[in-house]
Design a binder for this molecule. Structure first.
Ligand SMILES: C[S@@+](CC[C@H](N)C(=O)[O-])C[C@H]1O[C@@H](n2cnc3c(N)ncnc32)[C@H](O)[C@@H]1O
Length: 263
């Protein structure tokens, strides 16, 4: 017998750490946050891909994530840093603390929330919790890329209509395989994307795991995001169409927002 859920989570965390090595978004975040040392919270920090560079840049950082296998990656990367802490916590059900200068909602977390709550309500809750965790005058940093949709439009601009291999490789336990996202569908009324994550793993022991996990994500158009930010007491400071600092256009499929909590 083996623990299928734990094996899939461990393999996924190893694949994320091996394959999600993009630094463009991290460099842009560092430039927007600036050099002056700040107290920064990253919600859903995963394996520390963003959290550790923020600490290395001299900020005092705290991150939390629900996935113990992702969090386990941080220790090695953070060796020698005294200004970084992290813990396991659920973003929806647990408290985010207070007294931060910046709250980071990056890595497209608003489109990657795992929760038992209505998806749009969870997205709005993240913004409210960011506001509560911030000092007056503090900033929330949002990097949002809602699955190919044009952010400025309410209607979808595309849906996933092909199967897509996201991860393919071997974890540190010698388990190998792939994770495929199967073609999804979009419901314009609910603004929900539905799709299936398929795991096809062969364990070191030779045993096989085949697991389909149904997933849903809510496309919140920019207008809705702006409404949630205003309701939570934020004013947009800076807004970009991507992590290269390009302006937002009608065709933008991502948005980076740096919004200030009222004094
Ligand atoms: C795509 S990863 C991004 C990690 C990191 N922010 C980055 O950019 O590399 C998304 C992370 O969000 C975490 N997550 C999703 N929903 C969560 C929740 N409700 N509470 C805590 N963590 C959550 C997952 O465990 C995962 O580590």
């Amino acid at each position: 017998m083996f623990n299928e859920k734990a094996i899939i989570s461990k393999w996924s965390a190893d694949m994320y750490d091996q394959e999600e090595t993009e630094t463009n978004d991290v460099d842009f975040l560092l430039s927007v946050v600036g050099n002056a040392p700040k107290r920064i919270l990253e919600a859903c920090c995963g394996s520390g891909r963003i959290l550790v560079p923020l600490a290395k840049a001299g900020h005092t950082v705290f991150g939390f994530d629900a996935d113990e296998f992702m969090l386990a990656k941080i220790q090695r990367k953070a060796a020698g840093l005294a200004n970084i802490t992290w813990q396991a916590a659920d973003a929806v059900h647990d408290d985010w603390g207070a007294g931060y200068d910046v709250v980071v909602l990056a890595g497209n977390i608003l489109y990657n929330i795992v929760s038992d709550m209505d998806y749009a309500k969870a997205q709005e809750l993240f913004i409210k919790k960011a506001a509560s965790a911030l000092n007056h005058g503090g900033y929330v940093y949002i990097d949002y890329r809602p699955g190919g949709h044009r952010v400025t439009q309410k209607e979808p601009s595309s849906t996933d209509d092909r199967d897509r291999v996201v991860f393919d490789g071997t974890d540190s336990d010698g388990n190998h395989g792939r994770m495929v996202i199967l073609a999804g569908s979009y419901d314009a009324e609910t603004q929900m994307n539905s799709f299936t994550r398929r795991f096809e793993l062969t364990l070191k022991t030779g045993e096989a795991i085949r697991k389909d996990i149904p997933c849903q994500k809510h496309f919140a158009p920019l207008e809705q995001l702006h409404g949630w930010l205003a309701d939570a007491g934020f004013a947009i400071g800076r807004e970009y169409g991507d992590c290269n600092g390009n302006p937002l256009t009608d065709d933008s499929r991502s948005v980076v927002i740096y919004a200030r909590k009222a004094e």
